[in-house]
Design a protein around this ligand. Structure first.
Ligand SMILES: *Cc1c(COP(=O)(O)O)cnc(C)c1O
Length: 438
């Protein structure tokens, strides 16, 4: 019979690390990755027939719950009409119109035109090329601990799997390309100001996670996004707001819509939720900027599978079903789980903070809330593997890294939430007993 272990052994012989994306290998949590065969609502089932309440949610896309009937039906219907044509389809326009209408705040509408791509990596990579094309400048500013996908220029001090593996960057990135990226500590306007004072005339753009969630949750300081938008604009640079993770998750207009201080991004990138579980991502901005893309403008970008009809159908069905009631359920469940996690760790005397940005949250094993990557890295991360495994043993699937957000879906009903909350005390105890050596 197939087990998680036999599947992993077979996978490792056939694929590097046994995976197609590094964090899936469970390297930082010290147990065998689970191989899933199916999922429904808030639950996933592995090859051994074990069911888990899921807080990964496909890293965000499963926001309505796994295999939501409306999304599955939309994909099935699209499939019967053809898997792709390499030509335009009406659905792509419908999705673009929906995104352009939904991303709005106080009458402002930062997205007048949208381009669909297949991954978040492509979206941010294209946004940067567009910013360079628009400004005629080469330098890009990113923040330490932020993750924007795996393109060459964006891996320096990146979050997510790069943080999980404690890698400073990646081999294979030419030094002249790495030199075009300036890395600045997050939530530090002074450091950013110094970079602009020194190089402001050469900076094409700042790229920022709207609310960082790839080093665990580290909320932006109040007004931070507005301040960096103003700084960029004062120097003729653009602000690229990366909402690949937060877009359509923390609210209908993403983090842009709920940041305590309104601000004006130039380009916004989307991924994850926008594809409803299928490979789909996007970038958008003003018509003047977006029309610099080929075929109208000089900035080239293309994709054989861009705007794939099955992916578009999944995205449309997901966004259409993300109503106020769905966000209400996600927010409420997330608040309950975050609160219960903090209580369970307090009861065991484990130093921790649970930071939240909207309905996104994660635990950090430190007494004082980290506001940037250095303080995130200084936490007692050794406590997380024990915590994670104890949850997994009790049928709760958490992200396999302390540097990732916990993803709640609209399908997390009271039964699923209770199952998570009931598992927390034993996990907190395991975290308390963990030692740095293990
Ligand atoms: C996941 C993520 C990306 C990369 O998206 P992929 O689809 O994995 O290429 C980029 N930016 C942020 C903020 C992300 O969370």
């Amino acid at each position: 019979m197939s087990t998680n272990q036999t599947e992993f052994d077979r996978a490792r012989a056939a694929m590097p690390g046994g995976v197609n994306s590094p964090v899936r290998a469970f390297g930082s949590v010290g147990t065998t990755p689970r191989f899933f065969v199916s999922a429904s609502g808030p639950r996933v089932t592995d090859v051994e027939g074990r069911e888990y309440v899921d807080l990964v949610g496909s890293w965000g896309p499963a926001i309505l719950g796994h295999a939501h009937p409306a999304v599955v039906k939309a994909v099935q219907d699209a499939a019967t009409r053809g898997l792709g044509f390499g030509a335009s389809t009406p659905g792509e326009t419908a999705l673009a119109e929906l995104v352009e209408a939904r991303i709005t705040r106080d009458g402002a509408r930062p997205i007048e035109k949208l381009r669909l791509v297949s991954t978040g990596t492509e979206a941010t990579m294209t946004a940067i090329r567009l910013a360079r094309g628009a400004t005629g400048r080469d330098l890009v500013v990113k923040f330490a601990g932020h993750y924007h996908g795996h393109s060459d220029g964006l891996l320096a001090e990146a979050g997510s799997g790069v943080a999980t593996l404690a890698m400073p960057g990646s081999a294979g990135v030419p030094a002249p390309i790495a030199a075009q990226t300036l890395v600045v500590p997050y939530n530090d306007l002074d450091a950013l100001g110094e970079v602009f004072a020194a190089r402001g005339d050469d900076i094409a753009a700042i790229i920022v996670e709207a609310a960082p969630a790839n080093m665990g949750i580290v909320p932006p300081a109040r007004g931070f996004n507005a301040a960096i938008a103003d700084l960029a604009h004062a120097h003729g640079a653009l602000l690229i707001l990366d909402e690949v993770l937060t877009g359509f998750r923390v609210g209908p207009a993403g983090w842009y819509g709920i940041d305590p201080v309104a601000f004006a991004p130039d380009l916004i990138t989307f991924g994850k939720v926008i594809g409803g579980g299928m490979p789909l991502a996007a970038l958008g901005g003003s018509a003047a900027l977006m029309d610099l893309l080929a075929p109208l403008g000089p900035v080239y970008q293309a994709g054989t599978l861009s705007g794939n009809p099955l992916a578009v159908a999944a995205g449309l069905a997901t966004l259409e079903n993300l109503d106020a009631a769905a966000y209400g359920r996600i927010d409420a469940a997330a608040a309950l789980i975050a609160q219960a996690t903090a209580s369970a760790l307090s009861a065991e005397g484990v130093a921790h903070v649970v930071q939240s940005s909207g309905n996104l949250f994660s635990v950090q094993f430190t007494a004082t809330a980290p506001h940037h990557y250095d303080s995130v890295k200084a936490q007692d991360a050794f406590r997380y593997p024990a915590f994670f495994r104890a949850m997994l043993d009790q049928g709760v699937s958490l992200p396999p890294s302390v540097f990732e957000a916990w993803f709640v879906s609209a399908a997390h009903d009271s039964e699923a939430v209770s199952q998570i909350i009931d598992a927390l005390p034993a996990a907190a105890k395991a975290a308390a007993e963990a030692t740095p050596a293990t």
